[in-house]
Design a protein around this ligand. Sequence first.
Ligand code: ADP
Ligand code: MG
Length: 588
Amino acid sequence: KPEPKKHSFEAEVAQLLHLVTHSLYSNSDIFVRELVSNASDACDKLRFEANQNDALYEGDSELRIRIDIDKDAKTISFIDNGIGMNEADAIEHLGTIAKSGTKAFLEKLSDAQKQDGNLIGQFGVGFYSGFIVADTITVESRKAGEPASQGVRWVSDGTGEFTTETIEKPTRGTTVILHITDEHSEYLDRHKIKSLVNKYSDHISLPIQMRKEVWQEEELTDAQKTANAEAGETTKGEMPQGQMITTDEWETINQASALWTRSPSEITDEEYKEFYKNLTYDYDEPLTWTHNRVEGRLQYTQLLYIPKKAPFDLYQREQKHGLKLYVKRVFIMDDAEQLLPMYLRFVKGVIDTADLPLNVSREILQESRDVKSIRDGNARRILTVLASLANSDEAEKQEKYKQFYAEFGNVLKEGLGEDQSNRDKIARLLRYATTNDDNVVTSFDDYKGRMKDGQKAIYYLTAENLAAAKASPQLEVFKKKGIEVILMTNPVDEWAMNFMFEYDGTPLQNIAKGAVDLGDLTDEAEKEEAKKAEETFKPVVEKLKGVLGSRAKDVRVSNRLVDSPALLVTADGELSPQMIQMLKQMGQ
Ligand code: ADP
Ligand code: MG
C-alpha cells in the first residue's frame, strides 16, 4: 500500500492557518457554522448538478448533514452526502484559498488587525476554522458519480503540510473528522453542539442530524436486588440508576425551514438577525431589513438586509455582490448580481421565486425581463426603506440613517448615474457638508429651505477634502454675500453630479465651472462696478490672453473673487482637475 502523498499549503493558507490558530480562540464556536455551511453548500451543488443528471444521486436523493461525536476517540465528524471531492479537488480546495477576496483581505490587514481575532472571525475563515479546536483534521470524501475506489483521505495538522491518499469509500459525499484538542474537549458534548447548530444553522434548509440519545436504566444484578430487598430500601427502586446512551438512530435537530417562506408576522426579530448572520457571516446585527411577498405578473419573496458596516472590498470592482437566488426553496446561486443594481451592492439577502426555471444560468439572468423586474422591485424597496429611516421623527431611526450614510452614502451616489428612474429618490437621500455646517447632514431639501431671497440655484463645490473645499477662492463671493454652498468632497461626487442638473425644479450649479450667475443676488451698484472693472482691466486681460495662448481657453474679469487675485476655472462641460485625477486613478 503506497504511503500518503505529502503536499505543502499555498503560502496564503499557511498564513491564514496561523491567524486561525492564534487569534480566534474567543470565536471558537464558529467552526460548527462553517463546517455545516460547507456541507450544506456541497448538498446544494449536488442538487444543482443533479437537475441535469439525475444519476448523480446514486439512488439517494435525501440530502442531509450528520454530526457524530465520539467521546472515546475525541472526534467530531461532519458527514454529508453532497457533491463530494476527488483527490484533485481536495488538493485544490483544501490546500488553497477558495474564497475570492480572502487574499486581498489578508494583504490589507495590518499586523495589529491580525491580532484582532474578532475582525478575522467576522470575515469567516471557512474550512480552516476547524483548526481552532482540532489538532488534526481528516477529510474523507468521494465525488458523486465516481467509483467507490476513487475516494480520498486528506489529513493535516494545520501547520505547513497535508497528505492525501486514495481510499475506498462506498458512500458519496464528505466526512470531516476533527480530532479535538484537550483544551477544547467541551465540544465533545452533544448538547453543546446541538445548541450551536440551533443558534447558527437552524435555517439551513437541509436536515441536520445527530444520533438519538436514550436513557438506559442500569440492570441490577440478582445479588443487588436481594440486598436491596433485605435492607428494605423501597425508595432505592424509585431512584433510577442508569445513563444516557447514544443509539444508532439519527434525529433531525434543526428547524430546516427556510425562514423567508414563513409569514413575517410569525418571525421574531431574533430569528431575522440570526438568519442574517448565517447568510452573511457577519458577526454584527443587520442595520435593518425588509421582508415581502411580491405579487404581480411575477411572484417572488424578497428578504433584504442592510448591514451595519461596509465590507472591506466595497470599492473593488470585482467585489461580489448580489443576493442569494432560490427557485422554490432550491438554492440556485450566490451573488446573483443581476438582482440588484450596482449602487445597492451592499444589500444582502434572499430572493425566492417560482417563476424562473431551476436550471437558470447567470447568462439567462442577464437577458431576462423577469429578472429586471425583480431588480427594479428590490431597488425601489430598498430606497423606500432608506427614506423611511431618513425621514423618520424617531431619534433611533435617524441615528440608523446616519450610520447607514456614513458607511454607504458614497456608494448610493453612484445611483445618480446608474439609475435614472430613481434619481429623484436617491437625490433626496443624499447628505452633504456645507459652508454653514461641517457635518455631513444637509439634504438638498434642507439647503433649499435656507436659500436666500432671489437665489435661483443650488450652489456646490467639489474638492478633495473639506479643508480644501473651505479654503477655495471660489467661495469668496459667496461668503461675502452669506450664500450657503454645498461642499462635496468624495471622488464620486463630481462624476455623479454630471447626471444632476436640477433638484426638485431648482438648477444645480457647480461654482467652479464657467461663469457663475448670481442673478438677483447681484445688486445694481455691483453690476456697475463689474462693468467698470471689465473696462479698466481690458488691456491686462488682452495681454494675459496673449501670454497664455492656447493654454487657457479664456481670460476674464470676475466678480467672484474678494481676496485672491486670480482663479482657474473649468469651462462648462469640461473635466475638472478632480475628475481628471479620479479618471487617472481608475486607470483610464
Ligand atoms: P468556501 O466555503 O467559502 O468556498 P471554505 O474554506 O469553507 O471556503 O471551503 C473551501 C472549499 O473546500 C469549498 O469551496 C469546497 O470546494 C471545498 N469543501 C469544503 N467542505 C466541503 C464539503 N463538505 N464537501 C465538498 N467540498 C467541500
Ligand atoms: Mg465555507
